[in-house]
Design a protein around this ligand. Structure first.
Ligand code: GDP
Ligand code: MG
Length: 442
């Protein structure tokens, strides 16, 4: 398991007081083994290790970071770069309908992903979505698209096994234009392995449709084979992106790391379940954090670089993980640091994705300008009140409100917010981490 292995390396790294040529080499050997075990292609591993080494040696160690932590930061940045750095969304810069051509081997997940992505675009971007199947070799495949499209709540243009793929595509496009669809998904036939007929067929469809997106769908469980197939398709067809499916399964995760490096094409989405909501946007940075199993730790590295108290932040992260002992003192600390770091938005960015989402839902998305008011209120409390907020009943609330120059309601609101945050942290410590990892199991 890549996450576990690298997690172990990360732990060792963090304990190192000093970085020398020697222990860098030792640690990088561990990272190298972890990557190879996860089925990352050898040339990719070599380039990666070389990159980390070059950046780590002679790296200036900042403030309260230990050199080991600094090296973790370098590894994380390099992992992120390896996966393309920025996340890349779908392109819609075209006259509608935006055509999405789905390519890939049989069983990769093209049909399922078509429905998932269609649902995603409909629900999140209010797109009017039409799907069509050009898989004329398997009548069941056309039926399957019809079924999943209905489940996804998107439209389906019928086709039959007697038609030619090019004729189906032309009819569907015509229909999509006449009915003002924003998006047309063209699902295609895959084979068990790359063959000339399939390649010729999809190239012909590509030439005919000139799709804005040509997405290669590939099963992450295939490991290096997934990457090799992606390379073969990318050489034959101008792909615009890759979608890795079945990342929820038993895959070793290596494909996610290599595919960009080998094909030069961005990973745009990841399939993480059989159900139609099992789809995630692919964010290289978040994926790197997941792989390293350290969403919160990275935030600390960055904070240290911005001059924030490392020990306090570490302490906070620990409490956050255990969900225990988080009180108003921490809340105040957290808020003060938020201010230093440039507001809530940037803090949420640094937390593991699942947690940040929960934080927003819990109403933790405090407006930056109200941060000072909240600080003012907490400042008017006694240390005992801060560590035991349950003591704060009506008369104390009035005293605190007067002290801070606010209404009692505002004190109530703050206490509610704190309670929500505390609850969320408990939840996070129970199931959040496991959930967070689900994209990188194996
Ligand atoms: P196609 O031949 O490329 O169209 O592949 P399908 O869409 O028919 O998918 C093949 C199988 O993979 C089906 O059983 C899907 O339910 C399954 N599948 C697709 N995507 C995922 C995924 O992200 N996770 C899991 N666990 N299964 C998936
Ligand atoms: Mg199919």
């Amino acid at each position: 398991n890549l996450t576990q292995r690298l997690g172990k390396v990360v732990k060792t790294l963090r304990g190192q007081a000093r970085l020398s040529e020697d222990n860098i080499t030792d640690m990088l050997r561990e990272v190298r083994m972890a990557l190879l075990e996860a089925d990352v292609a050898l040339p990719v591993v070599k380039d990666f290790i070389a990159g980390v080494k070059e950046k780590a040696v002679g790296q200036e160690v900042i403030g309260s970071l230990t050199p080991g932590q600094a090296l973790v930061g370098v590894v994380h940045r390099e992992l992120t770069e390896l996966m393309g750095g920025q996340s890349v969304g779908l392109n819609f810069a075209t006259q509608p309908p935006a055509i999405m051509l789905m390519a890939g081997l049989q069983g990769a997940g093209k049909t399922t992903t078509t429905a998932k992505l269609g649902k995603w675009l409909k629900e999140r971007q209010k797109k009017k979505v039409l799907t069509v199947s050009c898989d004329v070799y398997r009548p069941a495949a056309i039926e399957q698209l019809k079924t999943v499209a209905a489940q996804a709540g998107i439209d389906f243009f019928p086709s039959t096994g007697e038609q030619k793929p090019s004729a189906i595509a032309a009819a569907a496009l015509d229909y999509a234009k006449k009915h003002y669809y924003d998006v047309l998904f063209v699902d295609t036939a895959g084979r068990l392995a790359i063959d000339a007929v399939m390649m010729a067929e999809i190239r012909e469809l590509h030439a005919q449709l000139k799709p804005i997106e040509t997405l290669f769908v590939v099963d992450a469980m295939l490991g290096q084979d997934a990457v090799n197939t992606a390379k073969a398709f990318a050489d034959a067809l101008p792909l615009t992106g890759v979608i890795l499916t079945k990342l929820d399964g038993d895959s070793r995760g290596g494909a996610a790391l290599s595919v960009r490096h080998v094909t030069g094409k961005p990973l745009k989405f990841a399939g993480v379940g059989e159900k139609l909501n099992g789809l995630e946007e692919f964010h290289p940075e978040r994926m790197a954090s997941r792989i390293l199993g350290m969403g919160d730790i990275l935030g600390l590295v960055e904070d240290a670089q911005r001059g924030i108290d490392q020990d306090k932040a570490k302490d906070f992260a620990k409490k956050m993980k255990s969900g225990k002992g988080f009180d108003l003192n921490d809340f105040k600390e957290q808020i003060g640091q938020m201010r230093k770091m440039g507001g809530v938005a940037s803090l949420l960015d640094k937390l593991p994705a699942q947690f940040a989402q929960a934080a927003q839902q819990a109403g933790g998305a405090v407006e930056d300008k109200s941060i000072r008011r909240i600080e003012g209120i907490i400042n008017s409390m006694t240390p005992t009140e801060r560590s035991k907020p349950e003591l704060i009943k009506a008369s104390r609330k009035r005293r605190i409100a007067t002290g801070a120059g606010v209404q009692v309601q505002e004190v109530n609101r703050l206490l509610n917010q704190f309670e929500q945050t505390q609850k969320m942290m408990k939840q996070f410590s129970k199931g959040g981490m496991a959930k967070m990892m689900r994209g990188m199991k194996g």
